[in-house]
Design a protein around this ligand. Structure first.
Ligand code: DHE
Length: 546
C-alpha cells in the first residue's frame, strides 16, 4: 500500500496519470525507440523496480552498487538481453531473479521493457507530508513505567520478517515469539534506544516504527514515514557533560529523497530534515541522489556518523543543538555502505564497496585516518572485533566479490606497525558473503555466504578460530534449502542465531547454535517466521557488541 503511494506520486510527477505515455515522449536522441508498455504495466514494473532493483541501481537508475540503467544503454541491449540478465543474474553480483522464482516470465518481460523507458522522477517529501504520516499510537504518559512481564527483555531479539512487513520480537532465553509487530515494508534494520527499552525499525519504504519492549506484549507505540526509500536508523546514545540524550532523538537515513530526518525519540515526531545533495568529494561533480547508507551513534559524543554513499562523504552530525546543527564533513571514499566501530568505539570502519576499500574515521579527532585496501566488494555488516594472537586488536570484513575475510589492525597505540593495514586474508568458501560476527566471550568468528550463486554455499556458514586464524575454517550447511544469512549473538555471548531465509511460500527458520561446541541447540520453525533476515539482540545492539 505504501509502495503504491510512491508509484502513484511518480505517475503524478510525470503528469496526467499516463506515465508510460509520458516516458515514451522523450526517447534518448540516438537510441532505438523504447518498446511498448501500458500504464498499468508501467506502475507494476515501477513497484518491482523499487522493491528489487533501486537499492543497487538507484532510484534515478543512475547506478550505484549496480550499473546505471539509463535508456541509451538499456535500449542498446534490447529486450532479449535484458531478460537474460534479469533471469540469470550476472557474475558481478546481480541476483538471478528468474531462476530464483522471484519474478516470473511475464514479469521479466515487463521489467525488460520498463527499463528501456525514461526513468520517472520520484517525488520529494516535505516536512508537512512527513507529519501527515506521523501517528502516536500510545502516548508516552500512557506507557508502562516498568516492564510488564518477567522476561529478560535485554535478551530479546528483533527479527526482520522481510516479505511479511513485520518484525518478530523473540525471547532469547525461552526462544518464544513474544510478539509479531506490523512495521514498514521489508524492514532493513532494527536499532535500540540507549536503555534498550525501545526498538526503532526502518522499512525499505521509509516507514519507521517505535516498539516498546516493556509492554506486556511488546507492540508499536508510534510510526512515521520520513522518506519513500530508506535503509538506516539509529538513536541518540550520548549522556555526559553536554546533556542526557538517552532516548531523546532518532535519525533515519534515506535513499530517496536523499536526506536524513531527525525525530523525537519518544514519539517519532519529525523535527528536522537535512538534504545530502552535494558534490562528489573527489571530482566535485553535483550529485542529485547521494543516498544515506549506514548511520551509527557515538557513545562518547552527541554525534551520529552518517555515511553519504555517492558523494563519498562521512558527515559527523552533532545533535547537541538541532536548531544550530553542526556537521563536520569528512572526505572518505565513494560508495560508502555498511560499517561498525572498532573495539574501543573511537574508530568507525565503513566499506566503500565499489572501491574495494575500508575508510577508517577517527570520531574523536573527527578526521579520516586511512583508506585500507581490502578484497573485492567488502560487506562487513557492522564487522567483527577480536584480539589476534599476532596483530593485537583487529576488525574484519567479509566480501561479496570473493571468498575472503580481510582482517585489519585497529590499535595505533600498542600495535602501530599493524594499525589500519590488512594484516590477514582468510579464505571462505566463496564470494557472496554479507555478514561476519563475533563476541568478546567467543573463541570463534562466524561468516555467511548468503548471496553466493551456489545453492550449497549460500546455505553454508563458516567459523574461524580466533586463536588459530590460519587453520582451515570449519564450514557446514545450516539447512537443506534457502540461504543462511546474518549472525547474531545472544546477550551472554554463548549462542549464535542464524536466519534460514527461504522464499515467502516456503518454510524458513532460525537456527540457534551453541557457540562453544558449534552444535545446533534449537531450530525455530514457526510458520509465522516468514523470510527472516536481520536479527538484533537488544543488549548487543545497545552496546555495539560485534
Ligand atoms: Fe542491507 C545493513 C543497504 C540488501 C540485510 N544494508 C545495511 C546498511 C545499508 C544497507 C546501507 C547499513 C545500515 C546501518 O547500519 O545503518 N542492503 C542495502 C542495499 O542498498 C542493498 C544492497 C540492496 C537493497 O535493495 O536494499 C541491501 N540487505 C540487503 C539484502 O538483500 C538483505 C540481505 C535482506 C533484506 O532485508 O533486504 C539485507 N542489510 C541487511 C541487514 C543489515 C543491513 C540484516 C544490518 C546488519 C547488521 O548486523 O547491522
Amino acid at each position: 500500500m505504501k509502495r503504491a503511494v510512491w508509484v502513484l506520486m511518480g505517475i503524478l510527477v510525470l503528469g496526467g496519470g499516463s506515465a508510460a505515455a509520458a516516458a515514451q515522449k522523450a526517447p534518448a536522441k540516438k537510441a532505438p525507440a523504447a518498446p511498448k508498455i501500458g500504464t498499468e504495466e508501467f506502475s507494476k514494473a515501477q513497484e518491482i523496480y523499487f522493491d528489487r532493483c533501486a537499492g543497487c541501481h538507484g532510484a534515478l537508475r543512475k547506478g550505484a552498487t549496480g550499473p546505471a540503467l539509463l535508456p541509451e544503454k538499456t535500449r542498446a541491449y534490447g529486450t532479449p538481453v535484458l531478460k537474460t540478465f534479469i533471469t540469470n543474474g550476472t557474475q558481478g553480483g546481480m541476483p538471478d531473479w528468474g531462476r530464483q522464482g522471484v519474478l516470473n516470465a511475464p514479469q521479466i518481460d515487463m521489467m525488460a521493457r520498463y527499463l528501456q523507458q525514461e526513468p520517472p522522477l520520484p517525488p520529494e517529501m516535505s516536512m508537512a507530508q512527513m507529519k501527515s504520516t506521523w501517528k502516536v499510537l500510545v502516548p508516552p504518559d500512557k506507557r508502562p513505567t516498568s516492564p510488564q512481564h518477567n522476561r529478560d527483555w535485554e535478551n530479546f531479539f528483533s527479527v526482520t520478517l522481510r516479505d511479511a512487513g513485520q518484525v518478530a520480537i523473540i525471547d532469547g532465553t525461552t526462544k518464544e515469539i513474544v510478539s509479531i509487530v506490523e512495521t514498514g515494508y521489508a524492514v532493513h534494520i532494527s536499532r535500540m534506544s540507549a536503555s534498550g527499552r525501545y526498538v526503532y525499525t526502518i522499512g525499505r519504504d521509509g516507514k519507521s516504527t517505535l516498539i516498546d519492549l516493556w509492554m506486556a506484549k511488546p507492540d508499536k507505540v508510534a510510526e512515521v514515514r520520513t522518506c519513500t526509500e530508506a535503509r538506516s536508523v539509529d538513536t541518540s546514545k550520548y549522556k555526559g557533560p553536554q546533556g542526557d540524550f538517552h532516548e531523546r532523538y532518532a535519525i533515519v537515513g534515506c535513499y530517496w529523497p536523499p536526506h536524513f530526518a531527525i525525530m523525537d525519540g519518544h514519539t517519532l515526531e519529525p523535527l528536522k530534515v537535512v538534504s545530502t545533495r552535494s558534490y562528489t568529494y573527489d571530482t566535485s561533480e553535483y550529485h542529485p541522489e547521494p543516498r544515506v547508507a549506514s548511520i551509527v551513534a557515538s557513545h562518547f559524543k552527541p554525534q551520529w556518523i552518517v555515511n553519504v554513499k555517492e558523494t563519498g562523504l562521512t558527515w559527523l552530525v552533532d545533535y547537541a543543538d538541532i536548531k544550530n546543527l553542526k556537521i563536520t564533513e569528512i572526505e572518505t571514499e565513494r560508495f560508502l555502505h555498511d560499517g561498525g566501530w572498532d573495539a574501543s568505539k573511537r574508530y568507525f570502519l565503513v566499506a566503500a564497496n565499489q572501491r574495494n576499500r575500508i575508510a577508517v574515521v577517527d570520531a574523536k579527532e573527527e578526521k579520516l585516518v586511512k583508506l585500507v585496501d581490502v578484497g573485492k566488494i567488502p560487506h562487513p555488516g557492522r564487522g567483527a572485533n577480536w584480539d589476534d594472537p599476532e596483530y593485537g586488536p583487529v576488525w574484519a570484513t567479509t566480501h561479496l566479490g570473493e571468498g575472503l575475510i580481510a582482517v585489519v589492525g585497529t590499535d595505533p597505540e600498542k600495535h602501530p606497525q599493524h594499525a589500519w593495514k590488512m594484516v590477514r586474508g582468510l579464505k571462505l568458501l566463496g564470494g557472496g558473503s554479507l555478514f561476519i560476527k563475533t563476541h568478546p566471550n567467543s573463541e570463534w568468528v562466524w561468516a555467511d555466504h548468503a548471496l553466493s550463486g551456489d545453492p550449497k554455499i549460500q546455505r553454508s556458514i563458516c567459523v574461524i578460530a580466533k586463536k588459530n586464524p590460519t587453520a582451515d575454517p570449519k564450514c557446514w550447511e545450516a539447512a537443506s534449502e534457502g540461504r543462511a544469512v546474518h549472525l547474531e549473538y545472544n546477550k551472554a555471548g554463548d549462542e549464535v542465531w542464524v536466519s534460514i531465509w527461504n522464499r515467502k511460500d516456503k518454510q524458513s527458520a532460525l537456527v540457534v547454535y551453541d557457540d562453544k561446541t558449534l552444535k545446533e541447540k534449537a531450530r525455530l520453525l514457526d510458520p509465522r517466521l516468514v523470510t527472516p533476515t536481520g536479527k538484533f539482540n537488544v543488549y548487543n545492539t545497545v552496546k555495539d557488541i560485534y
